[in-house]
Design a protein around this ligand. Structure first.
Ligand SMILES: Cc1cc2nc3c(=O)[nH]c(=O)nc-3n(C[C@H](O)[C@H](O)[C@H](O)COP(=O)(O)OP(=O)(O)OC[C@H]3O[C@@H](n4cnc5c(N)ncnc54)[C@H](O)[C@@H]3O)c2cc1C
Length: 547
């Protein structure tokens, strides 16, 4: 969000729309920073966390099992992660934190080659050699050697697709269609031909513009790195320093925590990622200045005198489908921690200008298909890893974006805090089980006009079975014996198309001007990145601006 947010008046009233992780953390941070401010958090479901959804159920033997129906891990190196983990430690939830080390199986990632074989993303000399001789590396090495000789882009061209940037710089579309398309399908569920280079590969985008080539930029950064590392050895990043300052934290402890977290490529939580929004909800409930309403906000407008924001909401009693009466509340500030397409609905009657811009942000739908087999590990030993991604160059009629090996991740989890008491759960003690999640669809569901075509549950599960047979060699018998869970995450990800940064900047400016800084925007659509730590760091920064 832009920097023009202004300090809240004493005893101000704040409405937060959305109890996903960005709304929850914003409420928690602001609630603690400003005990005088009265905060109302609206979320239609009593379950907090939005897309974070760890589902506790039972397997066919009536044993408890947890299925992730959304995110499952987040990265260790990130400002937001430091804030999340420090807050969890403060809430005495440190024993739930799990880490994945760089040498564990779960840090290995695979890409599917044109012959449907899984090829490891290189992390050592032998894996680099294997990769080198695979068609997936086509154009990579020659492209890298000659990249610095290519003409830089005309600076008049403000943005382009990731594929276009890679093709120009490396002299072939192969790198984009093989490596990068797999990686970005895993994060954005979209094609490199659609994604904005400025938004998604900012480092490459700015290196070319600043140094004339990506290679020159990397060399320059590498040269300065050891010097900078020395200078910044003990310096906290800007937003972590802000967090430390506003909450009067011990700087040495935060520095030690940041360094420790940075050692781990990934982190998770025992019992599932929902433990994290649950912990924040629990902490928020204890704050005397915060109330939680399980209500759906239906519109946002300014008061007649334009000195307040008015939210109209419908009581759902925690169940979205049972809405009843309409109510109204006035606020000095409203935080919209919901997706751009949802914000558009709130202002559809009152602000057609901003609505029109928000409607330019289309969305992708991802279907998550979980497989659980309680008594057999079907993931081949040689493919034990985080999972695999499928690049655009692969013929992929099943429309699978990638598959995550949850059981490998769970088996690789280590407690972040060493404890003497046993920390393993019943399920993780049993090593001989399979849990995996296929991510299906995204841009692959969209036709040329952007219309989504989502196959039904039966067809989708059938497609996933066919993909697993092809990629892992799993027998049909094993797949049919497994338990399947199907979740449609409808419109869950904004499409970060060419020009995305300019579009969101213009929306943010309009919001600041039209509502005189009485509205701020959070969540994936307006954050630096789409991950959990990104939206949490934004929540902290904006909460401190209102402080
Ligand atoms: C399938 C999938 C997998 C992902 N995997 C990862 C991962 O592994 N690691 C990672 O770091 N990130 C991952 N992400 C991204 C991560 O989920 C997001 O960064 C995060 O969930 C964003 O949280 P949020 O609070 O902004 O939004 P949301 O999670 O969308 O929460 C918004 C909340 O607002 C509520 N709401 C909506 N409209 C209204 C209204 N009108 N009134 C009141 N409430 C409303 C919703 O019900 C919801 O509870 C993944 C995302 C998806 C979709």
């Amino acid at each position: 969000m832009l920097s023009q947010l202004i300090k809240l008046p004493t005893n101000a009233k704040v409405g937060v729309v959305g109890g996903g992780i960005s709304g929850l953390t914003f409420t928690y941070f602001l609630g603690k920073l400003r005990p005088d401010v009265e905060i109302t958090l609206f979320n239609p479901e009593s379950r907090p966390g939005g897309w974070i959804n760890s589902w506790d159920t039972h397997d066919k033997n009536n044993q408890p099992v947890m299925i992730e129906r959304g995110p499952r891990t987040f990265r260790g190196v990130s400002d937001g992660t430091v804030m999340i983990m420090d807050s969890m430690l403060e809430m005495n939830k440190g024993d739930l934190i799990r880490s994945i080390s760089k040498d564990s199986n779960a840090d290995k990632k695979f890409i599917v080659d044109p012959k449907n074989k899984l090829v490891q993303v290189p992390n050592s000399f032998p894996t680099l050699m294997k990769f080198f001789f695979n068609p997936l590396s086509k154009g990579l090495f020659s492209g890298m050697i000659t990249e610095w000789t290519r003409k830089p882009i005309d600076p008049q061209i403000k943005d382009e697709s990731v594929l276009s940037l890679l093709t120009r710089r490396y002299g072939s579309s192969a790198i984009g269609r093989n490596l990068f398309s797999a990686l970005y399908r895993g994060i954005y569920a979209d094609d490199v031909g659609n994604l904005s280079a400025q938004k998604v590969v900012g480092k490459l985008y700015y290196d070319e513009r600043k140094y004339g080539s990506i290679t020159k930029g990397s060399i320059s950064r590498w040269r300065n790195k050891s010097k900078k590392e020395d200078e910044n050895k003990d310096k906290l990043s800007e937003s972590v320093a802000l967090y430390t300052r506003v909450f009067n934290k011990d700087e040495n402890k935060i520095r030690a925590l940041s360094k420790r977290l940075a050692q781990f490529p990934m982190l998770g939580l025992k019992g599932g990622l929902s433990q994290f929004p649950n912990a924040f909800k629990e902490a928020i409930v204890k704050l005397p200045n915060v109330s939680l309403l399980t209500d759906n906000v239906t519109s946002m407008n300014q008061s007649v005198k334009k000195d307040k924001m008015v939210l109209e909401y419908m009581t759902t009693n925690g169940n979205k489908s049972s809405s009843s009466k309409n109510s109204i509340k006035e606020f000095d500030h409203v935080r919209l921690a919901i997706a751009p397409n949802k914000i558009s609905k709130l202002i559809s009657r009152t602000n057609p200008k901003i609505k029109e811009k928000l409607d330019m942000i289309n969305t992708n739908t991802v279907t998550l298909v979980n497989l659980f087999i309680p008594d057999k590990d079907i993931i081949p030993q040689k493919n034990n890893g985080f999972g695999y991604l499928i690049p655009e160059s692969n013929n992929n009629p099943e429309k699978v974006l990638g598959v995550i090996f949850d059981s490998v991740i769970e088996k690789s989890f280590k407690p972040f805090i060493e404890t003497k008491s046993p920390t393993t759960t019943l399920q993780s003690q049993a090593q001989n089980y399979t849990k995996l999640t296929a991510m299906v669809g995204g841009s692959l569901y969209n036709d040329a006009n952007g219309k989504q075509h989502i196959p039904n549950e039966e067809q989708t599960i059938e497609n996933v079975k066919s993909a697993l047979q092809k990629h892992l060699g799993t027998s049909r018998e094993d797949l049919d014996a497994g338990q399947w869970v199907y979740t449609v995450a409808k419109d869950c990800l904004p499409q970060f198309k060419i020009g995305y940064n300019d579009l969101t900047k213009s929306i943010e400016e309009d919001v600041i001007n039209d509502y005189s800084s009485k509205v701020s925007l959070g969540g994936m659509g307006f954050s630096k990145g789409p991950g959990i730590p990104d939206v949490v760091a934004d929540a902290l920064i904006d909460a401190t601006k209102l402080q």
